[in-house]
Design a protein around this ligand. Structure first.
Ligand code: HEM
Ligand code: HEM
Length: 175
C-alpha cells in the first residue's frame, strides 16, 4: 500500500485543543519576555508571569485529559523512533510544568507576590531567601529554558520529517 494513502486515526478533540493552546501559550509567554527584555517595561514581565502561570494550570488540566482520554494507536515506525518520541513527549510535559514552577519560586523567594492579570495575587508563601531566588532563576533561565528549546526543536523537526519525508500524515492526527 502507498504510504500517502494511509489516514491514521486522530487524537481526541480535547487533546488537540490542549496541544495547540499549550503551544500558543508557550509562544506568548516567551514573546512577552522578549518584549520585556527590549523595553524593560514592568507591564510585560507581569504579563510574562501571568501567562506562565496559565501554562502551569493548562498543563495540569492537560495531564488529567491525557489520563482520562484514549490516545490513538501509534503510526507504524521503527521501535527506536517510537521510544524517542514517547520519551520526548514525556519530557516536554515535565518541562512545561517545571518551568512555571521554577519561575513562581524565583518570584516568591525574591519576596514578590505574583499578580494574575489584575484578578488576584499569588502571595509570598515562603520566607524570602535571596540565594534560593538565585537558584530558581538559574534553573528557569539556564537549565529548563534551553531544554525546552532543544526538545521542542526535536519535536517539530520530527513532525516535519513525518510530513515531508515519510508522508504518513502524522500532523493530521493533531489537526
Ligand atoms: C512556561 C512558562 C514560562 C516560560 C516558557 C518562561 C520563559 C522565560 C524565559 C525564556 C526567560 C528569559 C531567560 C533569559 O534571560 O534569557 C524568563 C525569565 C523570567 N521569568 Fe519566565 N517563563 C515561564 C514562566 C514564568 C513564571 C510563571 C514566572 C513567575 C511567576 C516567571 C518569571 C520570570 C522572571 C522574573 C524572569 C526574569 C529573570 C531575570 O531576568 O533574571 N516565568 N522566562
Ligand atoms: C509547529 C508546531 C508543532 C507541530 C507540527 C506539532 C505536532 C505534533 C503531532 C503531530 C503530535 C502527535 C504525535 C503522534 O500522534 O504520535 C504532537 C504531540 C505532542 N506535542 Fe506537538 N507539535 C507542535 C508544537 C508543539 C509544542 C510547541 C509543544 C510543547 C513544547 C508540543 C508538545 C507536544 C506533546 C507533549 C505531544 C504528545 C501528546 C501526548 O502524548 O499527549 N508540540 N505534536
Amino acid at each position: 500500500m502507498n504510504n500517502a494513502s494511509i489516514q491514521p486515526s486522530k487524537w481526541p478533540v480535547s487533546s488537540r485543543i490542549f496541544h495547540w493552546i499549550s503551544a500558543l501559550l508557550l509562544l506568548v509567554t516567551w514573546l512577552l519576555m522578549v518584549v520585556y527584555q527590549y523595553t524593560e517595561t514592568k507591564l510585560y514581565i507581569g504579563l510574562h508571569k501571568a501567562f506562565g502561570i496559565s501554562v502551569l494550570c493548562w498543563m495540569i488540566a492537560r495531564v488529567l485529559n491525557r489520563i482520562l482520554t484514549k490516545a490513538p494507536a501509534p503510526v507504524p515506525m521503527p521501535k527506536w523512533q517510537m521510544l524517542v518520541s514517547q520519551l520526548n513527549h514525556f519530557v516536554l510535559y515535565a518541562l512545561l510544568i517545571a518551568m512555571p514552577i521554577a519561575g513562581l519560586l524565583m518570584s516568591v523567594y525574591g519576596g514578590r507576590p505574583v499578580d494574575i492579570f489584575g484578578l488576584f495575587q499569588i502571595p509570598v508563601f515562603v520566607t524570602p531567601d535571596r540565594s534560593a531566588a538565585r537558584f530558581f532563576n538559574d534553573i528557569h533561565t539556564n537549565i529548563i529554558w534551553p531544554m525546552i528549546i532543544a526538545f521542542t526543536v526535536l519535536h517539530i523537526g520530527a513532525a516535519l520529517y513525518h510530513q515531508f519525508f515519510m508522508k504518513d500524515k502524522l500532523i493530521n492526527r493533531m489537526k
